[in-house]
Structure formats: structure tokens, C-alpha cells
Design a protein around this ligand. Structure first.
Ligand SMILES: [Zn+2]
Length: 268
């Protein structure tokens, strides 16, 4: 089972972003972030660069998502913390940083599921590193807009089961790695519906294995949920490549408002 693989849409080596320059219109010169206190990547001693206006208010007060999901970084990220409805996977504690829109969405959705299904705890894996950039085991997760999230799981008697790591499922909804565990359609549907209804963070992609996607769509049709099934069908997909996402959701949000000049929606 894989705890961390993420779609970048292309199999490519992640390039270091030392001295990276962003395409600009007539916006002016590029400057190092926060002159006098340059932001540095973990592996480079060259300051990351932003268009000049992004170093001044109001941008200087914002969390910024820079570049693309698989070639980017972030500034003034927010850390996702554990709460009664949400736990951080043990080996993901240092990669629990993202744009606040994503952090708050995960918190809201975990709370919402726990309200309907008391005692539920959403297990969250990697988001991004505090300052973003390449993350081991992932192609994306670089700019604070991606999160890996465990499925809600039931045991063979239908009781809620709290996993401590990702659990993989096969076509019949039974775990292929943890005998007796079952994909919890009701809670996972509730989670995805919460993300899609979230008006503040705009979800652009949810990657999940094809057969689990079908289970969620079928569940939505059965309970006639208000979230249009076609919207869910559009956003949920199994990415191309070797990682089928049969053990976690990978959710991605859109670029934050007013950051189009530095934030790229699609992977490169
Ligand atoms: Zn991922």
C-alpha cells in the first residue's frame, strides 16, 4: 500500500525552483520576497522571487500559493492541527501546511461528518511543507493546494473503525490490505459532498480509484443527495498513471482569489 503518491499529470523530474521567474504582464520587476529577509527553499540559498506588487500590502499580508501544484511553493501557510474530529497521520506532521482555504475546509468537513456521525475522526496525510516545494513521495503537494485524506472505514460488523494509516480497498468495497475492513460509503460520501458544497474553498479535483468513485456516485443516487451527482462525477477522477488512489482521497483546491498572477491552476 502506498501512503503517498499524488498526481502531477506528467511523469517528470521536479525541477528546483532556484531563482524561478514568473511570467508577468506589465506588472513590473521581480523582486526577492520580503527584502532583507528573503524566503529560501530548504535546498537552495537563492531567494524565491515574486512580482513586486506581491511583496506589498495587501499581498504581503496574505498566504500565497505560488506556481503550480507540481512546481510551486507557498508563503505564510497555515498548519492543520488535530482536533476532536480530525487527526494528522503520524508521519505527516511536518507536512501539514497549506493555504488557509484548504486547512479550514478540511476542518469544516471533518466537523460536519462528525456531527452527523458522532465519534468520526478524519485522518489526514500530507498537505505541503511549511514553505512548499518538492515533497518526498509526491509529484504535486508543492503549493499548498493539495491534501491526502484517508477514507472513513467500517469493520465487518458495520462499526466505525479508526485507521492510523491509509487502508486500500478493492472493487467490492472490501479492504485488500486490512482484512474485514469496509469502505464506508455513507461517511465518505458525506465528506466529498461537504467539500463540493464548501463555498469558501473551491475544490477543483478529487482523485480516487475508479471503483470507489462509482460506489460514491451510486450512494449519492440512492440517497438522492442535493449535491448533483454530475458535479461529483466531474470532480472525482482516477488519475492516469500507477497511483490509482485506492487508499486515500487526494483533494485539490483552486488558486486563491486575486493570485492568478502567481498561482497556476494546472500541473505543469
Ligand atoms: Zn496526494
Amino acid at each position: 500500500m502506498s501512503d503517498s503518491c499524488s498526481p502531477g499529470h506528467k511523469h517528470r523530474r521536479v525541477l528546483p525552483r532556484v531563482g524561478r521567474v514568473f511570467a508577468m504582464g506589465a506588472a513590473g520587476a521581480l523582486v526577492a520576497v520580503a527584502a532583507g529577509a528573503p524566503v529560501r527553499s530548504a535546498s537552495a540559498d537563492t531567494a524565491r522571487q515574486l512580482p513586486a506588487r506581491f511583496t506589498r500590502s495587501p499581498y504581503s499580508l496574505m498566504s500565497l500559493s505560488v506556481g503550480s501544484p507540481n512546481d510551486g511553493w507557498q508563503l505564510r501557510s497555515r498548519e492543520l492541527r488535530s482536533r476532536p474530529s480530525l487527526a494528522i497521520k503520524s508521519n505527516s506532521a511536518s507536512n501539514a501546511f497549506a493555504h488557509p482555504s484548504l486547512v479550514f475546509m478540511l476542518q469544516r468537513s471533518a466537523d460536519e461528518v462528525a456531527r452527523e456521525f458522532p465519534g468520526s475522526v478524519l485522518l489526514v496525510g500530507d498537505l505541503s511543507a511549511e514553505h512548499g516545494g518538492p515533497l518526498a513521495g509526491h509529484r504535486s503537494h508543492q503549493s499548498g493546494r493539495d491534501a491526502d485524506v484517508a477514507f472513513y472505514v467500517r469493520d465487518g460488523r458495520g462499526r466505525s473503525f479508526q485507521p492510523e494509516r491509509f487502508v486500500a480497498f478493492g472493487t467490492n468495497g472490501q479492504s485488500i490490505t486490512h482484512r474485514g475492513l469496509v469502505f464506508d460509503e455513507a461517511r465518505n460520501f458525506k465528506l466529498v459532498a461537504s467539500w463540493l458544497r464548501d463555498g469558501r474553498a473551491r475544490v477543483t479535483n478529487i482523485f480516487v480509484a475508479r471503483e470507489l468513485r462509482q460506489r460514491l456516485l451510486a450512494h449519492g443516487a440512492r440517497i438522492a443527495d442535493r449535491v448533483p451527482v454530475d458535479r461529483m462525477a466531474t470532480v472525482l477522477s482516477q488519475p492516469a498513471g500507477e497511483c490509482t488512489h485506492n487508499d486515500h482521497f487526494h483533494v485539490r483546491i483552486a488558486c486563491p482569489d486575486r493570485q492568478d498572477a502567481v498561482c497556476e491552476e494546472a500541473p505543469r
